[in-house]
Design a protein around this ligand. Structure first.
Ligand SMILES: Nc1nc2c(ncn2[C@@H]2O[C@H](COP(=O)(O)OP(=O)(O)OP(=O)(O)O)[C@@H](O)[C@H]2O)c(=O)[nH]1
Length: 397
């Protein structure tokens, strides 16, 4: 493909990027990052358009290459803004208003106007830094503690930025060490120039898919969250209990490992609602679930089963450790105070738990025993833990 045709293909890829990002934004109007990425497409479009125009017209220096270079840099800046906005971070767009005029002024220097190589030796390092910052932001904000579930979806853009930075570094090295001066020729058949256009083409086409993937994945995850989580506590809802419990039961059976199931019920919860109001009742639910979360491991499963009833599934937890944990949870709740709307609320919980037994055929048998244990804990005075070992019920404390 000759350089002119490649320019046309690149312009087309930039148009597609602009339209796709705008189209996705119309479909998902809360994803503002798409507007930034659409702007990036427009700026790449302007860059390629100006480059194409140089084949037909004798454009003044301040249009091409000066304005074209600025559009190109601003396009990558818009990519960075989009990534930051995607993660809900400040975009610092005011910085661009500062940098773009500065770079425009820089191009008025005679040294910058003297040769293409000089200009590119200034712009390429800036682009490399921008690309590496984008890749780093994607890595950092999808690490553990942030949004690791988005890492896979962010990987294509991360890779694209790294590939883009590497090819720029290689071209910078070749230019810096080469004896030959670059010329923007009409045919545009210089290898480095063609490689540059090819890089924009790859960036616009791959970037469109990568950005769309990030947005679609996040929407899928938030939809999944809506259908599987309880909005008040953030715990799994009852709908997914049987799926997860059946899977964990199967795994524990296959690996002959322990599996415990706890049912926690807040005592006299109706009284809290009646005495302090529904909002305090809600706060008490959150209070108890937060205390439980602090005591559990990352791979335990937490479910809100009903109003004030919760189920906790503990893989690889035997009778002794489940008993200790249950007691600790009960004790922590009993000794905590919820301060809400000038009220000091104290509550207690009753807990029933059971273990998987070899003869169990499904997780619901463990659930039934834990439920019977909970009933026993309630019947024998509340604020206590009871255990059902398959034969008999016993109070743990
Ligand atoms: N604030 C609030 N209350 C809820 C929610 N879901 C259920 N409830 C209330 O929880 C209360 C449960 O009452 P009961 O089933 O009688 O249980 P209890 O008062 O805790 O009594 P015991 O379990 O026997 O100790 C009811 O008053 C429900 O209205 C919720 O999301 N928020």
């Amino acid at each position: 493909m000759d350089a002119y045709t490649l320019h046309i293909a690149t312009a087309f890829a930039s148009v597609m990027m602009t339209i796709s990002m705008l189209g996705l934004f119309i479909a998902s109007p809360r994803e503002y990052s798409l507007l930034n990425w659409s702007l990036a497409g427009m700026l790449f479009m302007a860059t390629t358009g100006l480059s194409l125009a140089t084949y037909h017209f004798d454009l003044p220096f301040w249009i091409a290459p000066a304005a074209a270079n600025l559009c190109y840099l601003a396009g990558h800046g818009a990519m960075l803004m989009g990534v930051r906005r995607y993660f809900g971070l400040k975009t610092y767009w005011q910085l661009y208003l500062l940098f773009i005029p500065m770079l425009a002024l820089l191009q008025t220097l005679p040294w910058m106007q003297a040769s293409v190589t000089n200009r590119l030796l200034v712009f390429f390092p800036l682009l490399i830094v921008l690309s590496l910052v984008i890749a780093w932001q994607l890595w950092r904000h999808t690490s553990a503690g942030n949004a690791p579930e988005l890492r896979l979806a962010c990987l294509p853009l991360m890779l694209l930025e790294l590939v883009f930075a590497s090819q720029l570094a290689l071209r910078t090295y070749i230019m810096a060490t080469s004896e030959v001066e670059l010329h923007l020729t009409e045919g545009g058949n210089q290898l480095l120039q063609t490689a540059g256009t090819l890089a924009v083409f790859v960036f616009a086409s791959w970037g469109t898919i990568a950005c769309a993937l990030m947005v679609v994945r996040r929407q899928e995850l938030s939809l999944q969250h809506l259908t599987t989580r309880d909005p008040l506590t953030g715990w799994f809802n009852r709908r997914v209990l049987s799926d997860i419990a059946a899977r964990e039961f199967e795994r524990s059976h296959r690996t002959s490992s322990a599996l415990s199931l706890l049912i926690i019920d807040i005592d006299h919860f109706k009284k809290i609602n009646d005495q302090y109001g529904h909002a305090v009742g809600d706060a008490a639910l959150k209070h108890v679930t937060r205390i439980c979360e602090q005591q559990l491991r990352g791979y335990d499963y937490l479910f809100r089963f009903g109003g004030e009833e919760f189920v906790i599934l503990l893989p690889q937890s035997d009778e002794l450790s489940s008993s200790h944990l249950s007691n600790r949870l009960r004790w922590k709740v009993q000794n905590s105070v919820l301060n809400h709307a000038q009220h000091e609320v104290r509550c207690t919980v009753s807990i029933g738990f059971a273990q998987r037994r070899e003869q169990d055929e499904s997780w619901s048998q463990i659930f039934e025993r834990a439920d019977a244990a909970l009933y026993h804990a309630k019947e024998t005075g509340r604020d206590r833990v009871a255990y059902h070992n398959g034969f008999e019920l016993s109070a743990v404390c």
